[in-house]
Ligand binder design. Structure first.
Ligand SMILES: Nc1ncnc2c1ncn2[C@@H]1O[C@H](COP(=O)(O)OP(=O)(O)OP(=O)(O)O)[C@@H](O)[C@H]1O
Ligand SMILES: O=P(O)(O)OC[C@H]1O[C@H](OP(=O)(O)O)[C@H](O)[C@@H]1O
Length: 191
């Protein structure tokens, strides 16, 4: 059987990377997809392959990505190797833009979506404390926080306003109960 393609989405600063790292640390059967981003690796954040915009476009033209998008001034790509891992039966966590969920859904038979949320003031405080973007960029990110989920994408809403460990435990419980091969409910889970 193929593995599960588990998309983790939500506004910038909500905690996608933190939650994904915590999930993978707690469960070695979960893999983290390593993204290619046209952002200098020196800016930090998740472990990703930082490339120039030119190199990104070349890789994209060469078919290196199963999914790619543009957000916050950067290009993001999910490498073909992720599809291979899923085909080999691995469950893979992937930090995606909400905008590409329809394309992702079309690619994978076992597909599910975790939508993380937190109140606006919590997002603002986390982005400020993270100290990776300047104030203007943080404002732009906050303005995109309510980007609408595309229609027809079943997803589980998980609140990450509270302690990270609680969110991770809640998602682990949810993942243990879903095969991701049929429609999920849109039930809200608030730890
Ligand atoms: N539950 C939590 N409680 C407190 N702080 C948190 C929690 N989750 C994440 N954080 C902190 O919030 C900041 C943003 O988290 P993170 O970078 O994981 O978010 P993100 O959704 O991946 O953001 P982006 O989309 O911009 O990459 C980090 O400094 C992280 O340590
Ligand atoms: O708002 P939407 O399109 O859902 O998310 C867009 C992108 O925002 C974040 O970018 P970064 O990792 O902070 O650079 C996420 O990782 C995601 O790829």
């Amino acid at each position: 059987m193929t593995g599960r393609f588990i998309a983790v989405v939500g506004p910038s600063g909500v905690g996608k990377d933190s939650v994904m790292e915590g999930l993978a640390a707690a469960d070695p059967t979960l893999c983290l997809a390593r993204r290619v981003i046209s952002r200098p690796a020196t800016l930090g954040g998740e472990a990703f392959d930082g490339v120039s915009e030119r190199a990104f476009r070349k890789a994209e033209d060469d078919g290196a990505f199963i999914l790619s998008w543009h957000a916050h001034g950067w290009h993001y790509g999910i490498p073909q190797s992720v599809a291979l891992e899923v085909a080999q039966g691995r469950d893979v966590l992937v930090n995606l833009s909400r905008a590409v969920l329809p394309q992702a859904q079309a690619l994978f038979a076992r597909f599910c979506v975790i939508l993380l949320r937190a109140d606006h003031d919590i997002l603002a405080a986390r982005l400020t404390a993270r100290n990776r973007e300047d104030a203007a960029e943080i404002e732009r990110r906050l303005a995109r926080a309510d980007f609408a989920m595309p229609l027809g994408i079943p997803h589980q809403v998980i609140d990450n306003s509270g302690p990270l460990a609680q969110t991770i435990a809640t998602i682990r419980q949810h993942l243990s109960q879903t095969a991701c091969d049929a429609g999920q409910s849109n039930q809200k889970i608030m730890p």
